[in-house]
Design a protein around this ligand. Sequence first.
Ligand code: PAF
Length: 286
Amino acid sequence: MLTVDTVGALRALVARARGENKKVALVPTMGNLHDGHIALIQCAKQRADFVVASIFVNPLQFGANEDLANYPRTPNADRERLVNAGCDALFAPGVEQIYPDGMVNQTIVSVPKVSEGLCGAARPGHFDGMATVVIKLLNIVQPDVAVFGEKDYQQLAVIRSMVRDLNVLTDIVAAPTIRATDGLALSSRNGYLSEQERTVAPLLYACLKQMAASIQDEKQVGERHVNECRQRIAAAGFQLEYFEVRNAQNLKPATSNDIHLVILVAARIGKTRLIDNLTVDIRQGE
Ligand code: PAF
C-alpha cells in the first residue's frame, strides 16, 4: 500500500491508476480504524480496482467543546489494518494540506434541510465542517465511487444531498453498520466507554429493534412505543438527545403516508455520545 500525505502526490497516484484504466474508490475516515471501517474498504474493493482510504481528523467538524484533541489517533495500527484489508493507497494529509490558508476564511459547504435537527441541532456547525471536508476529498481524489457507513445515517443523507445539489459525479455507496455480537454499533467512540457503560450501551440497538417491531406489527408509528423506548433509554442511565422516527430519504418527521422509515437515536452515557439507527419499511397488505 502506498502512503502519501500531500494532495499532489495523491493526485499523481490516482492519475497513474486511471492511466491503467482502473476504477477508483475513496473511503474517507478519521482513522482509529475498526472492523466497521474495514467493511467499508471491502465494499469499495467490490466496486473498484484502486481503493484509496483517507485518514484525516477534520478539525472543522468538531465543536469547541468536542473531543478533537482527545480523538483517538492510531496511525501505525490503522496502516497495518489497511494493508491487511488490501487497500491500495492511504492519503493521510496534515491540516495544512487540507486547509493551507487556515480554516477561518475557508469556503464552507452548507447543506440545508437534512442537516438540520437531530445531530445538526446538538452539534452546530458539525455538518458544515463534515460536508466541506468531504467535498474537498471528493475533488482531490475524483473517485468513481465513495463509500460511507450507514451508521452515520444523517451524515450519509447530507452527503447524498450535497452530491446531488453540486452535480458531483461520484457514486455514493452506503455500507451497512457493523455491530458487536451484543448489537452495539462499532464506533471509534466506543473506546471511551467504561466497562460498566459498555454493558449498558447495546440497549440503544435493542430499543431500535423494539420500535421497528412495533412499526411492522401495527403498520404505523405508535407514539406510545416511541415514548416507551425513550423512557427505557433514560432509565438505563443515558442522557437521551433524541429518539425519533423519520422519513428514511429526507429525514422529515414520519407521516402516515411514509413507507420507508428510519429510527434514529443519539444518547450520552458518561462522557460518550453514541448514535445508531435502523431502517424499517411498513409492508402493506400482509
Ligand atoms: O464519518 C467520518 O469518519 C467523517 O465524518 C468523515 C466522513 C471521514 C469526514 O471527516
